[in-house]
Ligand binder design. Sequence first.
Ligand code: BGC
Length: 746
Amino acid sequence: MIKLAKLLGLGLTVLLSHAFRLHDVFLSPPPKNLEARVDSVLTLMTLEEKIGQLTLFTSDWEVTGPTMRENYKEDILAGKVGAIFNAHTAAYTRELQRMAVEETRLGIPLLFGYDVIHGYKTIFPVPLGEAASWDLGAIQQSARVAAAEASAAGLHWTFAPMVDIARDPRWGRVMEGAGEDPYLGSAIARARVEGFQGTDLTATNTILACAKHFAAYGAAQAGRDYHTVDMSERVLREVYLPPFHAALQAGARTFMTSFNELFGVPASGSSFLLRQVLRDEWGFEGFVVTDYTSINEMVDHGVVANEAEAGELAIRAGVDMDMQGAVFYQYLLDQVRNGQVSVTLVDDAVRRILRVKFELGLFEDPYRYSDEERQKATLLSPANRAASREVARKSIVLLKNEGEVLPLSTTLRRVAVIGPLADGRQELIGAWSGAGDYRDCVTLLEGIQARLPKPGTVNYVPGCSIGGADRGGFAAAVKAARQADVVVVGLGEAAQMSGEAASRSDIRLPGVQEELLQALAATGKPIVVVLMNGRPLDLSAVAPNASSILETWYLGTEAGNAIADVLFGDYNPAGKLPITFPRNVGQVPIYYGMKNTGRPFEAQDKYTSKYLDVANEPLFPFGYGLSYTTFAYSNLQVQPAVFTPDEPVSIKVRVQNTGKRAGEEVVQLYVRDRVGSVTRPVRELKGFQKVMLQPGESREVAFTLTEADVQFYTRSMRLEAEPGDFDIYVGGDSQATLQALLTLRK
Ligand code: BGC
């Protein structure tokens, strides 16, 4: 022991028995410098203990994949695990932490992780919904509340944000991200990381963020989850990597690998991704955790013959922590002992993990996050519910409003509320809803009942189920519609139809919902469709049968109230689509930033790029969303119109509220590089601002563009801007027509 103390350079004042603990060690003043503290712990560790730190197991709560180790508690006691996920609440994390801290030789605290994706107990809109707010402050606030609740329940680490760009609505996990665009996706990635981590990781109300899934998981072929990904390095770097880089720059301390292969190599074995890009190019100093059993799955991918080889490939590639696969746990000890894997690789990984544990303050007080009092005061507090309602109403997108049926008049007497989602409480929290309880949610029906002034009456008839074929309820629904002044129809998907392992090949409304809507529309009554879903849907059979359509995603705990706020005009909707809504699944992949091709669409010319049976344009484009008021854009000015690399360009536009209500507009700036050494997208989002305007008010909205904003990976794969002409478009969606010219001279 004296030898050890000397080795550590610590004056040990505490009697070290056969089982000494680090907290005792640190009772003598710890070295100030973080790296020295990390090394002082590392020096104490046996190889077994080091491998333990590289191992993450699930508790027996809420398991989402194969369970490799039932007896995780034994593993904690044996120092064979450094982190646990799916264990939460102040009491349970305290209990498990006590085992690690009090009953293992070194007492290294555990890290507790969990999928806090859109709220812990107070559930916020699904991430795709929040992205539709284009409101970075609101998105950050949502992550902030989630962190405050999760940390009070003993959690240190969320497996979020998912920053995967997703352009295929068939993929169930589009729901978990920020949509199709790298610029918007990067801004939202930053907001989420800053929300979770705050400015101080040691604060007890902040948690570690984890940027996932690194990388390109959202590009699974045919939208089938876990499927092959194959793309050019240019597309990877220009479209799929920017949100990860943004997350890192915002301080994300952990990254999660993805399940998919890229360039023929599964991500958990990709030294290109984990060493070259993440560490060497970007300078990441946090740690990399795998996704679930993705090390083991490299055997099925067919790049290694067995799990031992998979583990070796993973640690060499740059994986630090094995989630749930027990591969490091089973094989790494022998591999290091027989010289196959260098202990330096193991030490590096342990260092990264210990560093983060120090940063969280766990060595000072391993129980600091498990606080029952705070848990009681924080979870589902009125303030958190109010924050959720605010973000929820900002996430709603008004897709159609013919005849201005919305907002509903408060003098209405009879409202029919119909549809399988109208009172569908279970669906409102969506997939990946943490510790959220659907019983805490307010349904659409309840929201309307609470808001409709007396003597108005609400008549509720479900009409059909979400996915079933039974039309038996149609007659009652039609009868209710006939007796009503307006019909509000709650349609959509079941929550479990999106999320992980929830791809669909048909993105229309499931079951007989389209038929129900058709029957209701035949009554001639004004129809307001309220959609609840986790992906872009094919709405071509919905749009003609609805006067108004509200896209509400899954809005979380306060869903019904937030929707009622919009239905009755207490809140003027301002959401904009963060992802394209196609006309049918055959148009997929479809996104606004496509290439022009050598034969761009020409109606009169057969031999141009188009379909025989459907238009090229989507039903609702990226960036689209209506308001109860209208906006006009004019006077687009670009100065200077010819710029050089060190000169910022000022872009100004006048936006006027031309309607009768106050409202917010998301002013969007798009750029098209006319000629490049490689082909460029027809438009790229380069800026946006959300502005509130009173009726009649107009305002000049200003953007700044620099040379960095028009850089891309040129033919020689260098990130640079090429001189030439750029079209500038400003407006309320990605089809904006107000245009100006900008030229870069070098
Ligand atoms: C998912 C991850 C998630 C992990 C832990 C995996 O199946 O792909 O996104 O964080 O499970 O629950």
